[in-house]
Design a protein around this ligand. Structure first.
Ligand code: ATP
Ligand code: MG
Ligand code: FE
Length: 354
């Protein structure tokens, strides 16, 4: 079964063809990192325009690379949400057009479910025994879920403010590192002392929720020169222009910050896995590319830990196609009139419709 997956929820225009939900036949990602780097973050207006410009050739290339003709595709899966409205609409409208033209079934996919199904693309793949503890850590989400079957998720907790990836990006900006912050913090942290600063670990003993905004504030207080002038003259985005104190070691701050974030993620995931009798821990999303997070997770639990290959941690079309395959097999189809869902939590029921 060939599924074409299309992803455009944020700043990657991506398309892929996946066979039987597991084998990648092609995987094309057009990243807008360079476009957004000068703004220090994703700029929604620019993002949707760049998606419009890229999508046709990205999808075409995915089908060509797979060595198949459009006619051989069994279904089209596209990210329906969550994400940026303008960006999502580009992918959705393109997919609807394809489906209408070809008469192929269409599947609206939850982007977070896509991240989870990036695990199904690791080779060789062994089907897990459910329940599995899932930690999704990405640019917009930090979610702890119990996956009890295909399409079945019980939400245990998540961030109450910033996502883990967002914290990496904001701290990266504070440290004048290039965008995105995650990989750059990881790079310089290797040269730093993780014990140099004792940054806070929030909500340590309670619940399965995360909070990263206090950590970001603590880093800001530690590394920046207090803004001069009256409060009223400080504008939004002050952290962007915050001046780095000259005596601050960027490497030490990065290392200490990274250890604080990963400590709390691992601690809560390990505790939840135990409490809910999970057989394995699955990590997904951009932050799951972090080597320290992977290492600590392996060390601090007796359970097997899985994470996607590096190129599948961040947004891609293959994970959307993989998630689409399981919905397709379950007989689910989306109506051609389905709408964009900019916020869409993973719900509890089996492929529960919204
Ligand atoms: P969402 O999936 O929540 O909609 P997104 O799709 O933008 O958000 P991803 O593409 O999954 O997020 O991940 C991007 C995030 O991952 C960025 O915040 C980036 O800084 C972070 N990231 C990438 N590589 C690393 C790394 N090695 N260490 C830590 N963070 C990383
Ligand atoms: Mg991205
Ligand atoms: Fe994502």
């Amino acid at each position: 079964t060939y599924i074409l997956g299309i992803e455009s929820s944020c700043d990657e225009t991506a398309a892929a063809v996946v066979i039987d939900g597991k084998t990648i036949a092609s995987n094309i990602v057009a990243s807008q990192i360079d476009l957004h780097a000068k703004h220090g973050g994703v700029f929604p207006e620019l993002a949707s325009r760049a998606h419009v410009e890229a999508i046709d050739s990205v999808v075409d290339q995915a089908v060509n690379d797979a060595g198949i003709a459009y006619e051989q595709i069994d279904a089209i899966a596209v990210t329906q949400g969550p994400g940026l409205v303008g960006s999502l609409l580009v992918g959705i409208n393109y997919a609807k057009g394809l489906a209408l033209m070809s008469g192929k079934p269409l599947l609206g996919i939850n982007h977070l479910e896509g991240h989870i199904y990036s695990l199904w693309l690791t080779q060789p793949f062994a089907e897990p025994e459910f329940p599995v503890l899932v930690l999704i850590v990405s640019g917009g989400h930090s979610e702890l879920l119990l996956m009890t079957g295909h399409g079945q998720y019980q939400r245990l907790g998540g961030t109450i403010d910033d996502a883990a990836g967002e914290a990496f990006d904001k701290v990266g900006r504070l440290l004048n590192l290039p965008f995105p912050g995650g990989p750059n913090i990881e790079r310089v942290a290797k040269m730093g002392n993780a014990h140099a600063y004792d940054f806070p670990r929030a909500l340590r003993d309670s619940s399965y929720d995360f909070s990263f905004s206090g950590l970001k504030t603590a880093v800001r207080r530690e590394v920046t020169v207090p803004p001069s002038g009256s409060r009223s003259r400080r504008r939004r985005g002050a952290e962007k222009r915050a001046q780095l104190r000259s005596d601050v070691s960027v490497n030490d701050v990065a290392a200490s910050f990274q250890v604080a974030v990963t400590d709390i993620l691992v601690e809560k995931a390990a505790r939840a896995a135990k409490a809910y009798g999970a057989t394995e821990i699955f990590m997904a999303g951009g932050v799951s590319a972090n080597q320290l997070l992977r290492e600590k997770m392996r060390k601090e639990t007796d359970l097997p830990v899985r994470y996607p290959p590096l190129n599948l941690c961040t947004d891609n079309g293959a994970m959307i196609a993989a998630a689409g395959y399981f919905r397709y097999e379950a007989g689910l189809r989306s109506d051609l009139s389905f709408d964009v869902l900019p916020t869409w939590p993973l719900s509890n029921g089996l492929y529960e419709e919204v």
